[in-house]
Design a protein around this ligand. Sequence first.
Ligand SMILES: Cc1ncc(COP(=O)(O)O)c(C=O)c1O
Length: 363
Amino acid sequence: MAVPLFDTSTPLEPIRAEIADAITRVVDGGRFILGPEVAAFEAEFAAYCEAKQAIGVANGTDALTIALRAMGVGPGDDVVVPSYTFYASAEAIPPTGARPVFCDVDPDTGCVTPETVAAALTPHTKAVIAVHLYGNIAPIAEIEALGVPVLEDAAQAAGSRFAAGRPGTLGTAATFSFFPSKNLGCFGDGGAITTNDPEIADRCRMLRFHGSYDKTTFEHVGYNSRLDELQAAILRVQLPELDRWADGRRAAGRAYEEAGLADVVTLPSPAPGASPAWHLYVVRSERADALEAALRDAGVGAKAYYRLPVHRQPAMRELAAGVELPVTDELARTHLAIPMSPVLTAAQAAEVTAAARSVLTSV
Ligand SMILES: Cc1ncc(COP(=O)(O)O)c(C=O)c1O
């Protein structure tokens, strides 16, 4: 039985007609930019996250740059960011004029910790980007207790829960990506920023709209970065499904545990107090490359997303000169994403586990 790395179409089957109706509604309404669908989605997504405000933007990368600028980050500032993440977490910093300062992560959760952040603080640190990696939850309150504002990069964590609330309200602001394969994905690019701070929200709205309130007077050099009406209408149909899909992701994680996958690889560990909606299910093995090749040969999707961590990417080499991040290097070398989706069955989890067992117990 082939098992795909992810499945974005099966979960949408029961709501295809509703999505088609939503698209027709937008086309018939003739309003495509910053209209009623974006306004309604922003209100509904803010309510879902239990945040005071949500601002729709064009993608999760712009969301980070705009949120950082709205938090006051600019030229001469440093922003602490993990290197074990998708490249965009750091790529979003230089356009603000600030410098990324890379920090290490916890080996078990894959997320930054107060200790790894503290080790990277400089006299110029203006903010920290804490990535909720793979849907796990970084300890935001403990990091803000260091006295530095935190921007949650929640691109991979829609649907996750934490004892203290949902991603989106744990820090000063949070950003989301609605890239199609994300836990809440649209039919193209999309993103959002959430915050409880009305001034930050106001600045985000202005920055996403060319730095203007009225497209007549331009207060700042901003961006043309809006979530569009079609994507917002599609997201509005999907949002009520998100918790059910998140439960499906958690059940898939439990199915791997019950199948005995922990006998042959290290499984991902939820952070204390976290109930992750696994976006990617990432295991660790000293033989990760051999496992990837063998799983693929067996028809099982597998992918090493971050084999070259961000601080070792060509574009970041100058900014990261002399930086040593041993846990990041170790996770980059040993990680492997295996199939995960809201509809992954126990039989599929058993199949993946059997394939992994046969590779890793052979000499
Ligand atoms: C952790 C993280 N941050 C930021 C992004 C950027 O989001 P987008 O692709 O919507 O620009 C992504 C996803 O691609 C991501 O996984």
